[in-house]
Design a protein around this ligand. Structure first.
Ligand code: SF4
Length: 264
């Protein structure tokens, strides 16, 4: 396996002998540029497409129809759930919306509740005050500008309070079937650790995923990567010994099987 010049997990660059050698004064600029370009390519695209395709084949075989763990029936319910889910668990959002949606699951009905009426339903969710304001303001805009419907394009979605790029991507993908990839903390980690789409920020990772995930997997890639990050490639201790893409993943610090459980 080729060495990585950049380990995103450790947030550190490794100065390789190639880079040091290429700065040698006797070497021409052409030589320097050639080596530099080689190293950049390693950083920006060090996993080949055959590996990426096999990774997604395996994820699809294990879970042919992945979807969100947020409970929703309509695009509007999904939109509200995703706004509420920022820095909160899907479980806490589902508990709240299980009470809210049977009574109010349209912009008009939530507007009728008002901020004071909405707050008791969502007060167990983090940042609930800000989220209550955003949900009410979003409902007002949906009624005023979009006929009470959730718009199906990014620009309109991102004009709604509390809706950023990630939320718009989730709604476009999950409610409207568009092949967008919303990069959250799980996807950012998995994309960088595995080498599928390394990037310094979520937009870089999203752009690279959109470029390199083969088209046949693009629609579901978002859910496969989230679920993999949430349950297997976890932040503190990835479960490498049981990971179904272990032999394809380029993470250098894979965890080993627990000695006690192996001995048993
Ligand atoms: S082998 Fe480990 S680091 Fe790589 S994807 Fe699997 S769990 Fe994550």
């Amino acid at each position: 396996m080729r060495p990585n010049c950049f380990d995103v997990t450790n947030r550190s660059f490794t100065i390789s002998p190639t880079i040091v050698y290429s700065f040698h004064p006797r070497l021409s600029w052409f030589t320097f540029a050639s080596f530099a370009s080689l190293r950049c390519n390693e950083f920006f695209d060090h996993m080949n497409q055959t590996k990426r395709t096999e990774i997604f084949r395996r994820l699809r075989a294990a879970d042919p129809a992945p979807t969100t763990e947020l409970a929703y029936q309509t695009p509007f319910e999904l939109l509200v759930s995703v706004i509420l889910s920022a820095q909160a668990t899907d479980r806490s959002v589902n508990l709240a919306t299980a009470q809210l949606f049977p009574l109010a699951n349209t912009p008009q009905k939530i507007l009728a509740l008002g901020e004071a009426g909405l707050t008791p339903y969502i007060q167990r969710i983090g940042l609930y005050r800000t989220k209550a304001k955003n949900v009410i303001a979003t409902c007002a805009l949906l009624v005023e500008k979009f006929g009470g419907e959730v718009p199906q394009n990014r620009e309109a979605l991102e004009s709604l309070p509390g809706v950023g790029r990630k939320t718009a991507n989730v709604v476009l993908n999950t409610a409207f079937g568009q092949p967008t990839i919303a990069v959250d903390t799980h996807i950012f980690r998995v994309a960088n650790r595995t080498g599928i789409a390394p990037g310094r920020n979520v937009v870089e990772v999203e752009n690279r995923l959109m470029k390199f995930v083969p088209e046949e997997f693009r629609h579901d890639a978002h859910h496969w990567l989230i679920l993999h990050g949430r349950y297997v490639c976890k932040a503190r201790r990835p479960d490498c010994p049981t990971c179904l893409i272990r032999d394809l993943c380029e993470f250098k610090a894979k965890t080993k099987a627990d000695v006690q459980s192996v001995a048993r």
